[in-house]
Design a binder for this molecule. Structure first.
Ligand code: SAH
Ligand code: SF4
Ligand code: F3S
Length: 439
């Protein structure tokens, strides 16, 4: 049997796409190889969000080239966002690639493999007639009890630093009945936790024809009604679209988890404006307050960028104070990275690397302190935990996640996929530590 290996870079959207790539390859009769070295078909699902993603990718493409040089029978296919953005230059830059495909045309990989090089067409880029939802393909899920559900693709925002709209195109929502049917199938299959995925989940539905239109709040309520699904998560919402109906749905739906990943990007009004985020600091904080009022136990995590063009010390201080005022439970922190053909890449006053370094270090320190403070408040309480398996750091412990999406390492006897109670006894900035209790 021929074997494949898929390497994934980038966001959850790519992780979900990779599950579909695997499902499709298995349907074509290929088996999974444990490592790239063992694969006849090597697939790399790429990301282009920041420069760092690309340098990691180059190293990987180098390894794939060495493997191909040693055994020219192997095939190398490259998909995802970097492939899409570089499509005109890709084969010139990396002649080792046999086939490439963008995020909207995963099915083209299957078609190419089936027709495989009968026409000797190595070095081709697969495109469908139109973008298609990866969700239409079979899936090989990483964990039997968790599932990602794609609700939309693309993004209609114009954040001036971001390459995603160029790569993934305009927002296209999946019809609600298809989403609900998929969730029902997952539930029958043993899935207990789902994560709704989209570049901007809470602008879901606005592009659907009037007769089919459903907004995000109603979609959440429809998902909540599916028997067997005990936890619903979603990522990422945009603060500008987080309306009161979504907050109410979160508060009222028992299976919607008490967690929102709400990217702020900056705490400075001036920077938010040049970023074209369309909200200001005051509106962001008011939203956080509204959410916390409606959902008392809510965890809020965020994304923050330092070193955006023109960011002064004063602007940066505003980001630091936003972290404290909002009381984030966690944050992904990024150094601004100029991306091809984005508006911000050609702005004057790009911030020097060493200042970016200093700022990110200060920010990370503050984020960790804030997160640890928030986690400490959980000590002594009992959290509902979905068991994911053995702890990564200590094999005598189990690992799982709370509804607030915090990782917990704990002493207990439960199996993966079970929902248990865990009494929290200690904490770091990112993980809790505890003991299983009877709920
Ligand atoms: N669609 C999601 C996430 C987009 S990418 C959203 O809008 O929330 C994930 C994060 O990467 C963004 O939230 C942003 O913080 C960061 N990011 C995007 N472009 C970047 C760039 N050019 N430089 C640094 N960070 C960037
Ligand atoms: Fe990028 Fe902004 Fe769209 Fe998020 S909302 S994907 S940051 S353009
Ligand atoms: Fe990267 Fe594409 Fe996601 S650029 S972050 S894989 S949408």
């Amino acid at each position: 049997m021929r074997r494949y290996h898929v390497t994934t870079f980038g966001c959850q959207m790519n992780a979900h796409d990779s599950e579909r790539i695997k499902g499709m390859l298995e349907e074509l009769g290929l088996g999974e190889a444990p490592a790239l070295e063992d694969a006849d078909v090597m697939v790399i699902n790429t990301c282009t969000i920041r420069e760092k993603a690309e340098s990691r990718l180059s190293a990987h493409l180098g390894l794939a080239k060495a493997l191909k040089d040693a055994d020219p029978g192997r095939l190398l296919a490259v998909g995802g966002c970097f492939a899409e953005v570089q499509r005109d230059r890709l084969f010139e830059q990396f002649p080792q690639i046999d086939f490439a495909f963008g995020p909207g045309s995963i099915a083209a990989l299957g078609e190419w493999l089936t027709a495989e090089r009968n026409d000797g067409a190595s070095g081709s880029f697969g495109t469908g007639d139109e973008r298609r939802f990866a969700a239409e393909l079979p899936s090989r899920r990483e964990r039997p009890f968790q599932g990602w559900v794609q609700i939309s693709m693309g993004c209609n925002s114009v954040c001036s630093y971001c390459i995603v709209p160029t790569v993934r195109g305009k927002q296209m929502s999946r019809p609600a009945p298809e989403i609900v049917a998929e969730i029902e199938r997952l539930a029958v299959d043993g899935v207990r936790e789902i994560t709704l995925l989209g570049q901007n989940v809470n602008s879901y539905g606005r592009d659907l024809p009037a007769a089919e239109r459903l907004d995000f709040a109603s979609l959440l309520r429809a998902c909540d009604r599916t028997p067997g699904i005990e936890r619903i998560r979603f990522t990422s919402p945009h603060p500008k679209d987080f309306r009161s109906d979504v907050i109410a749905a979160m508060a009222e739906c028992g299976s919607v988890c008490e967690h929102a990943h709400l990217p702020a990007q900056s705490g400075s009004n001036r920077i938010l404006k040049t970023m074209r985020r369309t909200y200001d600091r005051g509106r962001f904080l008011a939203l956080v307050a509204d959410m916390r009022r409606a959902i008392p136990d809510l965890a809020i995590t965020t994304d923050l960028i330092v070193g955006f063009p023109g960011e002064t010390d004063e602007d940066f201080e505003q980001t630091l104070s936003l972290v404290e005022e909002a009381g984030f439970d966690g944050a992904y922190t990024f150094v601004y990275s100029p991306r091809y053909d984005t508006e911000a890449a050609s702005l004057p006053d790009q911030v020097p690397e060493e200042i970016k370094r200093e700022r990110i270090e200060r920010l990370i320190e503050l984020v960790q302190r804030t997160a640890r403070d928030r986690n400490e408040r959980r000590i002594g309480g009992v959290e509902q935990v979905l068991v994911e398996g053995q702890s990564r750091t200590d094999s005598t412990l189990l690992r799982g996640r709370t509804r607030r999406n915090t990782t917990v390492n704990f002493a207990g006897t439960a199996g993966a996929g079970e929902l248990v109670g865990v009494r929290v006894e200690a904490t770091s900035s990112t993980t809790l530590r505890g003991t299983q209790v009877v709920l």
